[in-house]
Design a protein around this ligand. Sequence first.
Ligand code: CUA
Length: 179
Amino acid sequence: MSAILPPSDRLWWKQPLDRVEGTWIVIAFIWCMIMFVMMVGWHIYGKQNLSTETYKTSGAMFTAKAQAVVDKYTVRKETDKQIPVVHPPAGSDVYLVAKLWDWWPIIELEKDKTYKLHLTSMDYNHGFSLQPVNINIQVVPGYEHVVKITPNQSGTFSIVCNEYCGIGHANMAGRIYVK
Ligand code: CUA
């Protein structure tokens, strides 16, 4: 038999299942089920991959809302790019724009107050990854992701991009202050 000629036994694959092979198939299936349950369980108990509500939007629509909040609640500017630092009132809607290669604006929140964080991307897929607490949200262009957040620790948090988005990906970092 060669790879070119057809095998002499046309039903070469039709053999009774070996015990060992059967055992491995059962083990693999059980492991798949464990992983599947873990995925759901980790989503609920892991608190790292948040459930978001997602709506269709456009860059222009989202920018208008984000700009209104920035115009109203900017308290100062930071970094050499003069990115506005927004301090919105507790309970309000907060907008964060991902674009090559910035998170805009910088957000300042109060501890133990609840906010609605809205996220979108102006260009490509970006990944919102809040460090060091490791909370991750996909940021997809054309969609507005809304997530309720209640910061329970104060400090300075970094938003790093964890979806590869081009040459500036490694420098795409933003900031959230919690006071
Ligand atoms: Cu944005 Cu990587």
